[in-house]
Write a protein that binds this ligand. Structure first.
Ligand code: FRU
Length: 478
C-alpha cells in the first residue's frame, strides 16, 4: 500500500524488514503484518473512497478477523486508518467477518457478519451493524439478524446491502439445510428489521456454500456475483463468478461465468464511484491456500487493483481503474513494431511496471494471428531459468500464465480460451513485485496471480512464433 503515514510496526516487525522484503507490493493494498483476505465495505463516502478488508494483524492464519480500513481520494494513494472493527463482543468474538457499507443519512453504516464459536466449536452467525459519523470511528450496534433463518445452516454470512426504491436490499451467502449453496435476497425499511424475499439461485447448482454475494446493475444488465465452494478439492473448488439476469431468472443458471481465470482471485466486491462507474476489487488469494513465501516477512496476501466494470454483449469486462495511469513513471514506447523471434526489452527491467501491447484487429473479426504470427509469449520477471510467462495462441484463441520457479518447477497460474465473440488484439499487464494481473481483449479475459520471483529477476522479453506486428508496445515503470 502506498501510505502517506507509515503506521508504527506491530508484532516486532521493523522498518528494516520492510526494506529487505522483495515481495511487498508497491501499488497494491497489502497488510503490513499478518493475513489479509476479502475486501469489505467498499464505498465512496463523504468525498473519499473507503476500503475495509479482512485482517488478522497478528499472524498469517485465518483467525482473529478485524476490519482494516484505508481511505483514498484518487484510488491510487491509500492512507491506512485505525482498525474499524475488532472481534471482541459476544456477537463477533471469533471474527468480524465480511460485509458491506452504506451511507445512511449523515452516517456511514457497516453491515458485517459476526462469527462466533461455542465452547464445543459449533458455529453461530450474526448479521451486525456498526455506524460512524466521522468515517473513522465505528460504534457497534450489535446483531440485526441472529442465527440463520429457518431452513438454513450457520453458514449464513457476507451481507451486501444497497438502497433501492426507498428500501434496503441485502444479498446474503447461505447454505440450505440440504447442505447446498445459495444466495438469499432480503429487504428492510430501516437496516434493522429484515425479511426474506427469496432465494436467488436454483437449488443444488452451486456447491455446498455460496460466499460473498454482490448484486448490481450496469445499464440494463443485472448481475449477481458470488463465490461458489465445491467439495471436490483442487484449484476449482473455490470459484468467483457471476450470473446475469438473476432477478428475472428463477430457474437454472447455466451461465455462471468465472470473473478471473488466474489462480489467485476470490471474494470480489463492487461499489459505485461518484461518476457512476461500477468498481470492483478482490482478494488476490484463495481460501485454504498454504503459506506464501511472504510469510517469512510476516505478511500474506493482497488485494487486486481497482477495476472498472462494463458489460458488452451480456458479458462482464474489467479494466484497470482509469486513475491508475497516475502510477506511470518512465515510458518506453514503440509504434509499428515487428517482433521476430526473441526481443529483449533491456531498458524495461523492473519489478513494478505496466506493459501494454496492441496489434491490428483482423478483418474477419476472428483473430487468426497477425499475418504470420501463430503465437507469442511474454516472459516477465526473468532471471536464470526463472520466469513468469504469458502465452497467447492465436489459432487456439487461448491465454496461459505460468511460472518457472528457480528450482525448475513449472506452476500453472491460470489459463482460458477467449470468448468466441471478442476480438483478440490487446493486452495490458500489471506487475507489482509479487503479483501479475493480465487484462486481455478489452478486459474480456482477465488473469490474476501471485508470483514470488527471486530478487533481481527482472528481465522482460517477447518471443514470437513467426513475426508479431504490433501497432504499439508500451512499458511504463511504476
Ligand atoms: C471468504 C470468507 C467469507 C468470510 C470471510 C472470513 O473468503 O470465508 O465468507 O466472511 O472470508 O474471513
Amino acid at each position: 500500500m502506498n501510505r502517506h503515514k507509515q503506521p508504527e510496526p506491530i508484532n516486532g516487525r521493523t522498518m528494516t524488514q520492510y526494506a529487505s522484503d522483495p515481495w511487498r507490493p508497491a501499488f497494491h493494498i497489502a497488510p503490513r503484518t499478518g493475513l489479509l483476505n476479502d475486501p469489505n465495505g467498499l464505498v465512496y463516502w463523504d468525498g473519499a473512497y473507503h476500503i475495509f478488508y479482512q485482517w488478522n494483524p497478528h499472524d498469517c492464519t485465518h483467525a482473529n478477523k478485524n476490519w482494516a480500513h484505508a481511505v483514498s481520494h484518487d484510488l491510487v494513494r491509500w492512507e491506512e486508518l485505525p482498525i474499524a472493527l475488532t472481534p471482541e463482543d459476544t456477537f463477533d468474538s471469533h471474527g468480524c467477518y465480511s460485509g458491506s457499507a452504506v451511507a445512511d443519512g449523515q452516517e456511514l453504516v457497516l453491515i458485517y457478519n459476526g462469527n462466533v464459536r461455542d465452547a464445543d466449536g459449533t458455529r453461530q452467525t450474526y448479521q451486525c451493524l456498526a455506524r460512524s459519523t466521522d468515517g473513522v470511528h465505528f460504534q457497534k450496534l450489535g446483531p440485526v439478524l441472529s442465527g440463520p433463518l429457518p431452513g438454513y445452516t450457520a453458514h449464513f454470512r457476507d451481507p451486501k446491502v444497497w438502497r433501492d426504491n426507498g428500501e434496503w436490499l441485502m444479498v446474503l451467502g447461505a447454505q440450505t439445510a440440504a447442505l447446498e449453496g445459495t444466495v438469499l435476497l432480503l429487504r428492510s425499511p430501516d437496516l434493522v428489521s429484515w425479511t426474506l424475499v427469496r432465494e436467488l439461485l436454483a437449488p443444488g447448482e452451486f456447491g455446498y456454500m455460496c460466499e460473498c454475494p454482490d448484486y448490481f446493475c450496469i445499464g440494463e444488465n443485472d448481475l449477481l456475483i458470488f463465490c461458489e465452494q465445491r467439495s471436490e478439492g483442487g484449484i476449482d473448488s473455490n470459484l468467483a463468478g457471476y450470473v446475469p439476469g438473476v432477478l428475472s431468472v428463477t430457474t437454472r443458471h447455466t451461465a455462471f461465468r468465472r470473473l478471473d481465470h488466474g489462480r489467485d482471485f476470490y471474494a470480489p466486491q463492487t461499489f459505485e464511484a461518484p461518476d457512476g462507474r461500477r468498481l470492483m476489487l478482490a482478494w488476490m488469494g484463495l481460501p485454504e491456500q498454504g503459506d506464501a513465501p511472504s510469510t517469512a516477512f510476516g505478511w500474506m496476501h493482497c488485494l487486486t487493483l481497482p477495476r472498472e466494470l462494463s458489460v458488452v454483449g451480456g458479458r462482464l469486462r474489467q479494466s484497470p481503474a482509469r486513475e491508475l495511469v497516475a502510477l506511470r513513471k518512465s515510458h518506453l514506447g514503440s509504434y509499428g513494431l515487428a517482433v521476430s523471434g526473441t526481443m529483449d526489452l533491456v531498458d524495461a527491467r523492473s519489478d513494478t511496471f505496466e506493459l501494454g501491447l496492441a496489434w491490428p484487429e483482423p478483418a474477419s473479426g476472428v483473430a487468426k494471428g497477425t499475418a504470420s504470427c501463430r503465437s507469442f509469449t511474454i516472459d516477465m520477471r526473468v532471471g536464470g531459468i526463472e520466469r513468469t510467462t504469458l502465452a497467447l495462441d492465436f489459432a487456439a484463441r487461448s491465454l496461459r500464465l505460468e511460472t518457472v520457479r528457480p528450482d525448475g518447477v513449472i506452476q500453472d497460474l491460470g489459463h482460458a480460451d477467449f470468448p468466441a465473440d471478442v476480438a483478440v488484439c490487446d493486452l495490458r499487464i500489471f506487475v507489482d513485485r509479487s503479483s501479475v494481473e493480465v487484462f486481455a481483449a478489452g478486459g474480456a479475459l482477465v488473469l490474476s496471480a501471485r508470483v514470488f520471483p527471486s530478487p533481481g529477476a527482472e528481465d522482460l522479453r517477447i518471443r514470437a512464433d513467426g513475426t508479431l506486428t504490433l501497432d504499439r508496445l508500451d512499458v511504463w515503470k511504476i
